[in-house]
Structures are given as C-alpha cells and as structure tokens.
Design a protein. Structure first.
Length: 157
C-alpha cells in the first residue's frame, strides 16, 4: 500500500489550518484545529512507534474489529476516545500545527524503508505492522477530514 494518499491527506489537513479555530457543536465538540492536531499526532506517533519497534517482537494479533474497519474503510463516529498521548492540548496554536505538518511529511517518508514487521500497538486492533499501517493512517485521517468537512459544510449551510 502506497503512502501517496497519506501525503495527500496531510496536505489537505494543512489547507485547513486557516480554519483551526472553527467549530460546530452540531457536528463535533472539537474544533477543526483539534481534528488536525489529533490526526497529525497519530501520524507522527505511529511513525515513531514503527521506527522504534523491534520487528522480532511482532506478533500477529490483529483483531476481528480491526479487520472489519479495514474492510469497511471507515470508523464509526463518536465511539472511540483518543488516548492521552494523541490528545490535542487545550490551546491549539497555528504554529504548532504547521510544525506538526512538517514532521508528519518527513515521518511518512520513513515508513517505506522499515522492516516488514515494524509495528505499533493499537488499543483496539492489536499490533499493526508496516503492511497495514498506511491503510490505518488513511482510514483514521480520512475519518477526521470528513468531520472537518462536515464542520465547514454545516457552518455554511
């Protein structure tokens, strides 16, 4: 699986930084900035976890739930809670979003060169290895891009 779609999604997140303070409680309690920050934190944390993982410790334990969501290509809205390490801060600064975008662009480039069994541990899906990571990042980032689009569309409706 290519990382081209992830790169596209990062560029799209970047275009929404201008609207980072926009919110619409009918769609989400969180602002567009929260959606961007969280998405970038996930991309960056997953990339770093893959880079620092020990491929010899990889165990195939990808969950049934993970397989279902990967086949569907979507996650249900409002069901999961972001783990603390990928939760945005109370105040989301534009400059922090910009630096996270740059970091994410650099991080996704490293994935293709990693060992096939480089992995990260997902709280619901189990171990996600290099083969599945782009799909995970695509589904997760697209989930938040849809929320951003809904915030903007409902606001302008």
């Amino acid at each position: 699986m290519s990382s081209e779609k992830i790169k596209q999604y990062i560029n799209t997140l970047e275009t929404h930084i201008a609207n980072h303070e926009t919110n619409n409680p009918k769609v989400s309690k969180a602002t567009i900035g929260w959606q961007i920050d969280h998405s970038l934190k996930v991309i960056n944390n997953v990339s770093k976890a893959l880079q620092s993982s020990d491929p010899s410790e990889y165990k195939k334990n990808f969950s049934f739930l993970g397989k279902v969501f990967f086949i569907l290509g979507t996650f249900p809205r409002g069901k999961a809670r972001a783990p603390k390490h990928v939760k945005p801060p109370e105040v989301i600064l534009k400059k922090d979003l910009i630096s996270q975008v740059e970091e994410a662009k650099a991080n996704v480039k490293t994935i293709k060169d990693l060992n096939a069994n480089a992995f990260f541990k997902h709280p619901l899906f189990g171990n996600v290895n290099k083969k599945r990571v782009n799909r995970f990042l695509e589904i997760h980032t697209n989930h938040h891009l849809k929320i951003i689009n809904d915030i903007l569309n409902v606001r302008h409706a």
